[in-house]
Design a protein around this ligand. Structure first.
Ligand SMILES: Nc1ncnc2c1ncn2[C@@H]1O[C@H](COP(=O)(O)OP(=O)(O)OP(=O)(O)O)[C@@H](O)[C@H]1O
Length: 253
């Protein structure tokens, strides 16, 4: 392990309901690196995110996950969060009866940390949400999906994690919010936070330092983001056959 390595995933296998979801998957994310995961629907990107976060039911049958050199493969989600790993969901949850200000504070409070009104307002401003209008609203279905996504990102900003996993942060947000989210990702990088960025969007890929193409639960190519995206668009789409993709990539890793 080099000094810069934050997350190492080694030979990960995940089986859900007798179906192989991840197969022999390995990758390394450095501190301050934005690492994009792209790939077809259902190839295992979110499952990898849940496995990294240690969610119930997502225990790998083989392989290991190292964070800052420590084996965290068997740690619970809360323990991983305390070590500095955070996940933003593809579909953020609703919290009926919980105000935005409470929701924003929850992550920090669970770690015994306090948050000031000024910090709450700063975090919402960072994601283009007006604190005056939203701090006392509830995190329920009266918020739009895009608003919930941005508020969730604000809560992550406040937690100041070492590694953040963003599952399609751009989906369902408007173009102004997209710019803000891009800025947030850039500031994660600038402060040395590692970012695993799951995305289908070219704008998001432009932010990444490196990208991996996931197919059939494995990484079949990795490298410069636009090259990986071009390969995915131009050479993969007619294929649709995971076995074929793995074979094509095997000579080129
Ligand atoms: N509990 C489960 N049991 C069986 N199969 C599952 C289970 N959960 C997910 N899967 C399957 O695992 C595969 C990977 O799903 P996952 O959500 O990780 O894909 P994804 O790459 O994130 O897709 P998308 O781009 O559509 O979000 C899918 O084929 C899905 O149907």
């Amino acid at each position: 392990m080099t000094e810069n390595e934050l997350l190492q995933i080694k030979d990960l296998d995940l089986i859900l309901d007798d179906t192989v979801i991840l197969k022999d998957l390995s990758l390394t994310v450095n501190a301050g690196q934005v690492y994009a995961l792209i790939g077809p629907n259902g190839c295992g990107k979110s499952s990898l995110a849940y496995t990294l976060m240690g969610l119930d039911g997502y225990s790998p049958s083989n392989g290991e996950v190292l964070f800052k050199g420590e084996d965290i493969t068997d740690l619970a989600t809360q323990e991983r969060a305390q070590k500095g790993i955070t996940l933003a969901w593809q579909q953020p949850a609703r919290f009926e009866g919980v105000k935005v200000r409470k929701f924003l504070a929850l992550g920090l409070e669970s770690q015994g940390r306090e948050v000031t009104e000024q910090q709450l307002r700063w975090a919402l401003n960072e994601v283009a949400i007006n604190p005056d209008r939203y701090l006392d609203r509830e995190v329920d279905d009266t918020l739009s999906g895009g608003e919930r996504k941005r508020i969730e990102l604000a809560s992550i900003l406040l937690m100041d994690p070492d590694l953040v996993i963003l599952d399609e942060p751009d989906s369902g947000v408007d173009v102004i919010a997209l710019n803000n989210i891009s800025q947030v990702i850039n500031s994660f990088r600038a402060q040395g936070t590692g970012v695993v960025l799951i995305t289908h969007s070219d704008e998001m890929l432009d932010l990444a330092d490196t990208a991996a193409l996931v197919c059939g639960g494995n990484i079949v190519r990795r490298g410069q983001p636009q090259q990986i995206a071009a390969y995915f668009k131009d050479d993969c789409s007619p294929c649709g056959d995971n076995e074929c993709l793995v074979e094509v990539a095997a000579n080129d890793r």
